[in-house]
Write a protein that binds this ligand. Structure first.
Ligand code: SF4
Length: 249
Protein backbone atom coordinates (compact mmCIF):
# COMPACT_ATOMS: atom_id res chain seq x y z
CA UNK A 1 0.00 0.00 0.00
CA UNK A 2 1.35 3.47 -0.91
CA UNK A 3 0.60 6.51 1.22
CA UNK A 4 1.90 9.99 1.91
CA UNK A 5 2.43 10.99 5.53
CA UNK A 6 0.03 13.95 6.06
CA UNK A 7 2.74 16.56 6.62
CA UNK A 8 4.95 15.17 3.85
CA UNK A 9 2.66 15.50 0.80
CA UNK A 10 5.54 15.23 -1.68
CA UNK A 11 6.79 11.90 -0.42
CA UNK A 12 4.94 8.65 -1.20
CA UNK A 13 6.08 5.59 0.71
CA UNK A 14 4.90 1.98 0.71
CA UNK A 15 3.79 0.19 3.86
CA UNK A 16 2.30 -3.31 4.35
CA UNK A 17 -1.52 -3.40 4.17
CA UNK A 18 -1.80 -6.20 6.73
CA UNK A 19 -1.31 -6.06 10.50
CA UNK A 20 2.42 -6.02 11.18
CA UNK A 21 4.85 -5.13 13.98
CA UNK A 22 5.92 -1.47 13.91
CA UNK A 23 9.36 -2.41 12.57
CA UNK A 24 7.72 -3.36 9.26
CA UNK A 25 7.34 0.35 8.40
CA UNK A 26 11.06 1.05 8.87
CA UNK A 27 11.79 0.89 5.10
CA UNK A 28 9.18 3.66 4.62
CA UNK A 29 10.81 5.74 7.35
CA UNK A 30 14.22 5.22 5.74
CA UNK A 31 12.74 6.74 2.56
CA UNK A 32 11.48 9.73 4.54
CA UNK A 33 14.87 10.30 6.15
CA UNK A 34 16.63 9.99 2.82
CA UNK A 35 14.30 12.60 1.29
CA UNK A 36 14.88 14.95 4.24
CA UNK A 37 18.60 14.32 4.06
CA UNK A 38 18.74 15.21 0.37
CA UNK A 39 16.98 18.52 1.16
CA UNK A 40 19.28 19.27 4.10
CA UNK A 41 22.46 18.44 2.19
CA UNK A 42 21.35 20.62 -0.73
CA UNK A 43 20.76 23.48 1.73
CA UNK A 44 24.20 22.94 3.27
CA UNK A 45 25.84 23.00 -0.17
CA UNK A 46 23.89 26.14 -1.11
CA UNK A 47 25.38 27.83 1.97
CA UNK A 48 28.87 26.90 0.78
CA UNK A 49 29.41 24.41 3.59
CA UNK A 50 30.30 20.72 3.32
CA UNK A 51 29.71 17.55 5.30
CA UNK A 52 32.64 16.31 7.39
CA UNK A 53 31.27 12.76 7.87
CA UNK A 54 32.97 10.08 5.79
CA UNK A 55 33.81 6.37 5.84
CA UNK A 56 36.59 5.70 8.32
CA UNK A 57 35.36 8.20 10.91
CA UNK A 58 33.40 6.38 13.60
CA UNK A 59 33.63 8.92 16.44
CA UNK A 60 29.85 9.25 16.75
CA UNK A 61 29.57 5.45 16.92
CA UNK A 62 31.06 5.63 20.44
CA UNK A 63 28.39 8.04 21.64
CA UNK A 64 25.18 6.97 23.38
CA UNK A 65 23.45 6.11 20.08
CA UNK A 66 19.75 6.25 21.09
CA UNK A 67 17.63 3.38 19.78
CA UNK A 68 13.87 2.92 20.12
CA UNK A 69 12.18 -0.33 21.07
CA UNK A 70 11.04 -0.63 17.43
CA UNK A 71 14.58 -0.54 16.06
CA UNK A 72 15.87 -2.70 18.93
CA UNK A 73 13.62 -5.50 17.64
CA UNK A 74 14.78 -4.85 14.06
CA UNK A 75 18.48 -4.93 15.00
CA UNK A 76 18.07 -8.08 17.10
CA UNK A 77 16.33 -9.79 14.16
CA UNK A 78 19.12 -8.61 11.85
CA UNK A 79 21.74 -10.21 14.10
CA UNK A 80 19.75 -13.47 14.21
CA UNK A 81 19.71 -13.55 10.40
CA UNK A 82 23.50 -13.18 10.15
CA UNK A 83 25.42 -16.27 9.04
CA UNK A 84 27.87 -17.90 11.40
CA UNK A 85 30.54 -17.14 12.55
CA UNK A 86 29.58 -13.49 12.09
CA UNK A 87 26.51 -13.77 14.32
CA UNK A 88 28.59 -15.11 17.19
CA UNK A 89 31.25 -12.42 16.67
CA UNK A 90 28.65 -9.66 16.83
CA UNK A 91 26.95 -11.19 19.88
CA UNK A 92 30.32 -11.39 21.63
CA UNK A 93 30.85 -7.67 20.99
CA UNK A 94 27.45 -6.90 22.47
CA UNK A 95 28.24 -9.04 25.52
CA UNK A 96 31.58 -7.26 26.01
CA UNK A 97 29.89 -3.87 25.74
CA UNK A 98 27.22 -4.92 28.27
CA UNK A 99 29.91 -6.08 30.70
CA UNK A 100 31.79 -2.81 30.48
CA UNK A 101 28.59 -0.81 30.92
CA UNK A 102 27.54 -2.98 33.88
CA UNK A 103 30.88 -2.18 35.60
CA UNK A 104 29.95 1.49 35.28
CA UNK A 105 26.29 1.60 36.37
CA UNK A 106 23.17 -0.59 36.56
CA UNK A 107 22.17 -1.36 33.00
CA UNK A 108 18.48 -0.67 33.58
CA UNK A 109 19.32 2.98 34.39
CA UNK A 110 20.47 3.34 30.78
CA UNK A 111 17.08 2.33 29.39
CA UNK A 112 14.67 5.24 29.56
CA UNK A 113 10.92 4.85 29.52
CA UNK A 114 9.63 8.34 29.97
CA UNK A 115 7.08 10.93 28.82
CA UNK A 116 9.65 13.66 29.41
CA UNK A 117 12.53 11.60 27.96
CA UNK A 118 15.20 13.61 29.75
CA UNK A 119 16.43 12.45 33.16
CA UNK A 120 18.05 14.99 35.51
CA UNK A 121 21.53 13.54 35.00
CA UNK A 122 21.06 12.96 31.27
CA UNK A 123 23.86 15.24 30.04
CA UNK A 124 26.34 13.88 32.55
CA UNK A 125 25.35 10.32 31.68
CA UNK A 126 25.95 11.01 27.97
CA UNK A 127 29.36 12.50 28.72
CA UNK A 128 30.36 9.61 30.96
CA UNK A 129 29.11 7.05 28.43
CA UNK A 130 31.22 8.64 25.69
CA UNK A 131 34.32 8.67 27.89
CA UNK A 132 34.04 4.89 28.26
CA UNK A 133 34.90 4.69 24.54
CA UNK A 134 32.69 1.65 23.88
CA UNK A 135 32.22 1.26 20.14
CA UNK A 136 28.92 0.23 18.61
CA UNK A 137 29.19 -3.55 18.09
CA UNK A 138 28.50 -3.01 14.39
CA UNK A 139 31.50 -0.69 13.90
CA UNK A 140 34.34 -2.32 11.95
CA UNK A 141 37.47 -0.52 10.73
CA UNK A 142 35.76 2.71 11.83
CA UNK A 143 32.94 2.11 9.33
CA UNK A 144 29.40 0.83 9.74
CA UNK A 145 29.18 -2.88 8.90
CA UNK A 146 25.36 -2.76 8.62
CA UNK A 147 25.15 0.37 6.48
CA UNK A 148 21.97 -0.63 4.51
CA UNK A 149 20.24 -1.55 7.80
CA UNK A 150 21.65 1.16 10.07
CA UNK A 151 19.21 2.84 12.47
CA UNK A 152 17.36 6.05 11.68
CA UNK A 153 19.45 8.13 14.05
CA UNK A 154 22.60 7.08 12.17
CA UNK A 155 20.95 8.07 8.87
CA UNK A 156 19.88 11.47 10.19
CA UNK A 157 23.16 12.52 11.79
CA UNK A 158 25.60 14.66 9.77
CA UNK A 159 27.97 17.39 10.84
CA UNK A 160 29.72 20.24 9.04
CA UNK A 161 32.18 20.98 11.84
CA UNK A 162 35.69 19.45 11.91
CA UNK A 163 35.63 15.70 12.60
CA UNK A 164 37.93 16.04 15.62
CA UNK A 165 35.16 17.84 17.55
CA UNK A 166 33.06 14.67 17.39
CA UNK A 167 35.85 12.76 19.12
CA UNK A 168 35.71 14.99 22.21
CA UNK A 169 32.57 15.08 24.29
CA UNK A 170 33.91 18.17 26.08
CA UNK A 171 33.73 20.12 22.81
CA UNK A 172 30.34 18.76 21.69
CA UNK A 173 28.70 22.20 21.93
CA UNK A 174 30.98 23.30 19.08
CA UNK A 175 29.67 20.53 16.83
CA UNK A 176 27.58 21.90 13.96
CA UNK A 177 24.93 19.37 12.96
CA UNK A 178 22.75 19.39 9.86
CA UNK A 179 19.05 20.18 10.32
CA UNK A 180 16.99 17.06 11.07
CA UNK A 181 13.27 16.27 11.13
CA UNK A 182 13.07 14.18 14.32
CA UNK A 183 12.19 10.95 12.53
CA UNK A 184 14.31 8.88 14.93
CA UNK A 185 12.97 10.63 18.09
CA UNK A 186 9.37 10.22 16.87
CA UNK A 187 9.92 6.49 16.53
CA UNK A 188 10.73 6.30 20.24
CA UNK A 189 7.04 7.02 21.03
CA UNK A 190 5.37 4.95 18.31
CA UNK A 191 4.39 1.87 20.32
CA UNK A 192 3.33 3.74 23.47
CA UNK A 193 -0.30 3.31 24.52
CA UNK A 194 -0.17 5.84 27.35
CA UNK A 195 -1.34 9.48 27.44
CA UNK A 196 0.92 11.37 27.18
CA UNK A 197 2.97 8.85 25.20
CA UNK A 198 6.14 7.54 26.79
CA UNK A 199 9.34 7.04 24.84
CA UNK A 200 11.45 3.91 25.04
CA UNK A 201 15.13 4.60 24.41
CA UNK A 202 18.29 2.62 25.00
CA UNK A 203 21.91 2.79 23.83
CA UNK A 204 22.58 0.64 20.79
CA UNK A 205 24.94 -1.47 22.91
CA UNK A 206 21.97 -2.78 24.95
CA UNK A 207 19.47 -3.68 22.24
CA UNK A 208 20.13 -7.44 22.32
CA UNK A 209 19.86 -7.52 26.10
CA UNK A 210 16.63 -5.51 26.06
CA UNK A 211 14.98 -7.67 23.38
CA UNK A 212 16.01 -10.89 25.15
CA UNK A 213 14.10 -9.70 28.25
CA UNK A 214 10.82 -8.93 26.49
CA UNK A 215 8.15 -11.46 27.38
CA UNK A 216 5.17 -10.16 25.35
CA UNK A 217 4.82 -10.23 21.58
CA UNK A 218 5.38 -7.10 19.51
CA UNK A 219 2.10 -5.22 18.98
CA UNK A 220 0.60 -5.29 15.48
CA UNK A 221 -1.39 -2.74 13.47
CA UNK A 222 -1.99 -2.18 9.77
CA UNK A 223 0.99 -0.49 8.15
CA UNK A 224 -1.06 2.60 7.29
CA UNK A 225 -2.20 2.91 10.91
CA UNK A 226 1.40 2.81 12.15
CA UNK A 227 2.28 5.46 9.55
CA UNK A 228 -0.60 7.77 10.56
CA UNK A 229 0.30 7.37 14.21
CA UNK A 230 3.93 8.10 13.40
CA UNK A 231 2.96 11.26 11.45
CA UNK A 232 0.95 12.59 14.41
CA UNK A 233 3.90 12.05 16.76
CA UNK A 234 6.26 13.73 14.29
CA UNK A 235 3.95 16.75 14.06
CA UNK A 236 3.68 16.95 17.86
CA UNK A 237 7.46 16.87 18.25
CA UNK A 238 7.89 19.55 15.58
CA UNK A 239 5.26 21.71 17.30
CA UNK A 240 6.92 21.19 20.68
CA UNK A 241 10.27 22.15 19.17
CA UNK A 242 8.79 25.31 17.62
CA UNK A 243 7.28 26.30 20.98
CA UNK A 244 10.44 25.65 22.97
CA UNK A 245 13.01 26.86 20.44
CA UNK A 246 10.97 29.47 18.63
CA UNK A 247 12.00 28.15 15.24
CA UNK A 248 11.36 25.41 12.75
CA UNK A 249 13.12 22.09 13.37
S1 SF4 B 1 24.84 1.21 13.48
FE1 SF4 B 1 26.57 1.77 12.18
S2 SF4 B 1 26.47 4.04 11.96
FE2 SF4 B 1 25.13 3.44 13.70
S3 SF4 B 1 26.42 3.65 15.53
FE3 SF4 B 1 26.60 1.50 14.84
S4 SF4 B 1 28.38 1.44 13.48
FE4 SF4 B 1 27.80 3.59 13.76
Amino acid sequence: MSASPPEEPGIAVSVPSERVPARAILPALYQLVEAHTRESLAAVAAEGRSISCKAGCGACCRMFVPISDVEAHALAALVERMPEPRRTTIKQRFAEAENRLADWRPLDTLIQRSSTAIAADHDQMLADYFRLGIACPFLEDESCSIHPDRPLVCREYFVTSPAELCASHDRRREIKGVKRKFVAPALQYLTSDTTPPRSTVMPITLVLRWVSRQTGKEGKRRGIDWLKRFSRILQDLAQHHRLTQGKQP
